[in-house]
Design a protein around this ligand. Structure first.
Ligand code: BGC
Length: 382
């Protein structure tokens, strides 16, 4: 692993030298002039969709921070449509942007765009989601995605009473078996696999010793996946699971859900099927991710059990720092050079920490810090 990294850094250094040597050969041939003023440089930002609250904040934060540093910004959303995103990136390359920040829809669908960017000397920063199958991903900024999955599973185990508030084995843990169902994200998103692996590695001992059971038997990521992370798809799958496996009075104690909109779809299905309005009156424990405002509202009302907070302001900041380094003719500093192999190279990465949010800590982490106001939590709207 280490050798690959060192080799890769060597290649990067050689590439940087080659790119520097090409400078001044005309537009598009060698990347930005490191002495150029930010006002003369443009950063292309490709985001997947506006249907998830987080990507809207990500886009706004990146744009604001780049503009603050003096750069021009070309920000595009692709409505979760793969050809649209490819076209948008093609167009940014044709327009000769000086750096690209990309949150991909399908992580394996952008090799052609990345080849063209490399030919034009445009550095590419993968944002939150790894871009796969290309040697031309120059840097990756993200959260600790495996840890997201671990936190989701731990919060589920805590909600089920298997772990105590210190996330250690609870003294008064229920006998079991406890029934859970599992949901995963979109298979074309590299993160979905990291979330799933973190969660399943954490849950596995409890499946093995019979504490937990999955009555549907759907325990592979392919069976649990939610194409394009769509809320409606998760809601429908939950409805089907309830009809097929829980119509004879079987208990359902918890649901592993990987993102807040999916959690809300799952909760809709459960409420419509009469499982109760809150956890206290029978709703199974449902996890989440992204700390969306509608979900924090549900957590404050004891409806959704947990979510994972990933501060997108910090992620935007890391993307801007990386872009700035490339535009200044330097290399950004990774804090992880081992975990994100994209099938071609191990991409130098910068990982940020994540935080588990529960009913007993959302106030302190999200309201007292000023991230959300009490009114926003009450209304469930920004
Ligand atoms: C992100 C999550 C998000 C999901 C759906 C993942 O790649 O890391 O924060 O919930 O995509 O948009």
């Amino acid at each position: 692993m280490r050798n690959t990294t060192i080799k890769w850094l060597g290649v990067t250094a050689a590439l940087t030298l080659a790119l520097t040597a090409c400078e001044g050969e005309g537009a598009g041939s060698g990347g930005a002039d490191p002495d150029a003023e930010p006002e003369d440089l443009t950063v292309g930002v490709a985001m997947p969709t506006q249907t998830y609250e987080r990507w809207v904040s990500d886009g706004n934060n990146i744009e604001a921070q780049l503009e603050e540093a003096g750069y021009n910004v070309e920000l595009q959303y692709a409505d979760d449509d793969i050809p649209t995103q490819s076209q948008q990136i093609d167009q940014m390359i044709t327009q000769e942007v000086d750096a690209l920040i990309i949150a991909s829809i399908d992580g394996s669908a952008l090799s052609g765009q990345l080849d063209a960017a490399a030919d034009a000397g445009i550095p590419v920063i993968a944002y939150d989601r790894l871009i796969r199958d290309s040697e031309h991903v120059d840097f990756y900024v993200t959260f600790d995605n495996y840890e997201v999955g671990v936190n989701q599973a731990q919060s589920l185990l805590y909600g089920l009473g298997v772990l105590d508030e210190n996330f250690e084995e609870a003294n008064d843990a229920p006998e079991g078996p406890l029934n859970v169902e599992l949901f995963a994200g979109s298979l074309d998103d590299n993160n979905a696999h990291f979330f799933w692996d973190g969660a399943m590695d954490t849950l596995e001992p409890y499946f093995d010793d019979g504490t937990l059971e999955v009555p549907s038997g759907q325990m592979d990521i392919e069976q649990a996946a939610t194409q394009r992370w769509e809320q409606e798809t998760a809601q429908q799958r939950m409805e089907n699971l309830l009809t097929t496996h829980y119509s004879g009075g079987e208990e359902l104690d918890g649901v592993l859900a990987p993102a807040d909109p999916l959690s809300r779809g799952i909760i809709n299905a459960l409420r419509n099927d009469g499982w109760g309005e809150t956890i206290e009156d029978g709703l199974p424990v449902v996890t989440g991710q992204d700390a969306e405002i509608a979900t924090i509202s549900l957590i404050s009302e004891g409806v959704q059990h947990s979510t994972i907070f990933k501060d997108t302001r910090d992620l935007a900041e890391q993307a801007v720092i990386a872009a700035q380094a490339f535009l200044d003719g330097e290399e950004p500093e990774p804090n992880n050079t081992e975990d994100y192999d994209n099938g071609e190279i191990v991409v130098p990465s910068y990982l940020l920490d994540v935080q588990m949010i529960l009913e007993n800590n959302y106030e302190e982490i999200l309201v007292d810090s000023g991230y959300y106001t009490e009114e926003q939590v009450e209304s469930g709207q920004l």
